[in-house]
Write a protein that binds this ligand. Structure first.
Ligand SMILES: [Zn+2]
Length: 254
C-alpha cells in the first residue's frame, strides 16, 4: 500500500494533508464492510480522529517519513481497540453487525467493547475528501473510484476474506462496476422487501469468483445504509429482518 500515492490529487476535494485510509480495524478479518470514502469533515467533527500528518506538521502526504507512515498504519489497525473511534457512525453499524450470528465466526463485530473482531471496515475510495462524497462532482466520482481501485482489489484478493458486506446502494453500484473487471459473478440473487414505512429495501446476494483462482466470495448487504442514525431504515424490526436474511446467507455460504 503506497501511503504517498497522489493519483487522486487533481480531483475536487482531495486533501493533501491526509494519508489514504486503507482500512479500519483488523485487516485479517474474514468479513469486510464497505462504505464509499472517508471525508475530512468526519475527521474534524471529532477529536478522536485527528489527521495524523497534520499533527506532525506534515502538510503533504508526499513528505511523510517512514515513522509517520508506520504510526498511521498502526492507527488504522488499532482503530477500534483504542476507545477513540467515530461513535455515532461505527456504533450504529456495530449494532447491526452484532445482530448477525454466524456458525463459523460467531457474532459479527468490529471488535468494539472487547468483542472478538471479525469484520474490517474498508472504504472503496481510500482518499479522504474535503466535504462529504455527495459534494464531489458526478463526473469525478468514477475517477476517484478507478484510481483507488488497485488498493481495493488487492485487499479483496486476500484468500482469508470470505464475505463482503454492502452499506447502501451507492456502495453497491461502485463495487459491482469495479468487481466486474476482476470477478466472475456466479450467482445473482437479490431480493426486495418493503420497510414498515413503505420504502423498498434491496437485500443483495451475489457469489463472486476470482478470475485467476478458486477464491469465492459472498457479496451481500442492504440498499439502505445501516450506518444511518435516523431515516428510512431506522425501524428496529426492519433492521432485524435484514440482519437475519444476511445471517442465513452467510451460514449457507461458508
Ligand atoms: Zn485516491
Amino acid at each position: 500500500m503506497d501511503v504517498k500515492c497522489i493519483d487522486c490529487s487533481e480531483l475536487t476535494g482531495f486533501v493533501h494533508s491526509y494519508p489514504p485510509i486503507f482500512h479500519f480495524g483488523n485487516s485479517e478479518s474474514p468479513i469486510a464492510l464497505f462504505s464509499i470514502n472517508p471525508s475530512e469533515s468526519e475527521f474534524k467533527s471529532t477529536s478522536s480522529l485527528p489527521a495524523p500528518f497534520e499533527k506532525w506538521t506534515v502538510t503533504h502526504r508526499k513528505d511523510a517519513t517512514p515513522h509517520h507512515i508506520e504510526s498511521h498504519l498502526l492507527r488504522q489497525d488499532e482503530y477500534f481497540t483504542t476507545g477513540h473511534h467515530l461513535e455515532g457512525w461505527f456504533g450504529k453499524v456495530e449494532e447491526f453487525l452484532n445482530k448477525i450470528g454466524t456458525h463459523q465466526w460467531g457474532q459479527l463485530s468490529f471488535g468494539l467493547e472487547g468483542r472478538p473482531s471479525n469484520v474490517v471496515h474498508l472504504d472503496i475510495v481510500k482518499c479522504a475528501t474535503k466535504d462529504n462524497w455527495s459534494a464531489v462532482p458526478d463526473d469525478e466520482k468514477p475517477k476517484y473510484i478507478a484510481n483507488c481501485s488497485r488498493y481495493l482489489i488487492s485487499q479483496v484478493a486476500r484468500p482469508s476474506l470470505k464475505v463482503l458486506l454492502i452499506n447502501g446502494s451507492s456502495v453497491h453500484d461502485a463495487l459491482i462496476e469495479t468487481f466486474a473487471k476482476h470477478f466472475t459473478f456466479e450467482e445473482r440473487h437479490s431480493e426486495m422487501f418493503k420497510t414498515s414505512n413503505g420504502r423498498r429495501c434491496t437485500l443483495y446476494r451475489y457469489v463472486l469468483r476470482g478470475r485467476s483462482g478458486d477464491h469465492q466470495l459472498l457479496l451481500t448487504g442492504t440498499s439502505m445504509r445501516i450506518s444511518r442514525e435516523k431515516g428510512q431504515f431506522s425501524n428496529p424490526e426492519d433492521r432485524e429482518y435484514a440482519a437475519t436474511r444476511i445471517q442465513n446467507w452467510i451460514n449457507d455460504f461458508v
